[in-house]
Design a protein around this ligand. Structure first.
Ligand code: GLU
Length: 283
């Protein structure tokens, strides 16, 4: 049975791009007589707002999308993320990190580093300043990072580990240790302020919800190897992935939550119908 999901963060109003994403996943579930789930990704409690969550339900209903109840809300699942973090810690793959964003940028731009600052799916590639610290030394104000070198070594040869990509980019994608170590680096597993991270929570929840097909924007594709790595470390199943094209505005810019003019509720207010949305995002 196919299980698709849509996993918005209630940090702003959904725009045309979210509508496209939700409809793509929903239509795929319906076409295969599968299930469709909604997950509210609200671990960032400072940025998440109840009115945005309500607006998500309203906008999706308007689009004609139906999901199973109860809706899973990440803010209620910290125990599960903590358990996953503990497991990775017990495997010796984590270390605490006290670096601020500014510390990281400064370390990366220090002349002795000699290399260009690089950004990966988790932001600036962490220069491993804290990598020799042990979890026993963790303080309440520390973040927790995954030691990517150790994580890759723990899985052994990666060529047999990967995922199936559906859609335009169809095929088997093996994990690459160079990509994970050099381009992703020691990603954050638990932010100091929220105690978990997007990467850890999404992996734990896709497994908990038995999601078989993850449909999401191409902007998420660079993070997928991180998710597949975490699934393998945590002995969780790997779903199939489909990364769809991104919807852009008239100037070619990718839509963001601040694109009020293309928010679904603005379009609805100016007389658009759900069919107009479908028409607007047609390739
Ligand atoms: N919560 C993420 C977002 O709103 C979605 C990530 C995902 O689908 O895996 O961008």
């Amino acid at each position: 049975m196919v299980v698709e999901r849509f996993a918005p963060s209630p940090t702003g109003y959904l725009h045309l791009g979210h509508g496209f994403s939700a409809l793509t996943a929903y239509d795929a579930a319906i076409a295969q007589e599968g299930r469709f789930l909604l997950r509210i990704e609200d671990i960032d409690t400072a940025r998440s707002k109840p009115e945005y969550e309500d607006a998500i339900y309203e906008d999706l209903r308007w689009l004609g999308i139906k999901w199973e109840e109860p809706v899973l809300r990440q803010s209620e699942r910290m125990d599960h993320y903590n358990a996953a973090l503990e497991r990775l810690t017990d495997m010796g793959l984590c270390y605490p990190c006290s670096c601020t964003r500014r510390d990281i940028i400064e370390a990366l731009s220090a002349p002795q580093e000699g290399s260009e600052q690089q950004f990966g799916p988790d932001g600036a590639i962490y220069p491993r300043t804290c990598c020799t610290r042990s979890m026993a030394q963790k303080s309440d104000t520390d973040a927790v990072r995954l030691d990517m070198r150790k994580a890759v070594a723990a899985l052994g040869v990666l060529s047999g580990t990967g995922y199936t990509e559906l859609g335009e980019n169809v095929g088997w994608k093996s994990l690459s240790s160079d990509y994970l170590v050099e381009r992703c680096g020691d990603i954050v597993l638990a932010r100091r302020d929220i105690g978990t991270s997007y990467h850890l929570a999404v992996v734990v929840d896709d497994a908990a919800q038995a999601v078989t097909h993850v449909t999401r924007g191409a902007d998420m594709a660079p993070a997928t190897p991180i998710h597949v790595l975490l699934q393998n470390l945590l002995s969780l199943p790997t779903p199939n992935y489909r990364h769809h094209r991104l919807i852009r505005d008239d100037t070619g810019k990718r839509l963001a939550k601040r694109h009020d003019a293309l928010a679904l509720r603005t379009l609805r207010g100016s007389g658009w119908t759900p069919d107009d949305v479908r028409e607007a995002v047609k390739p």
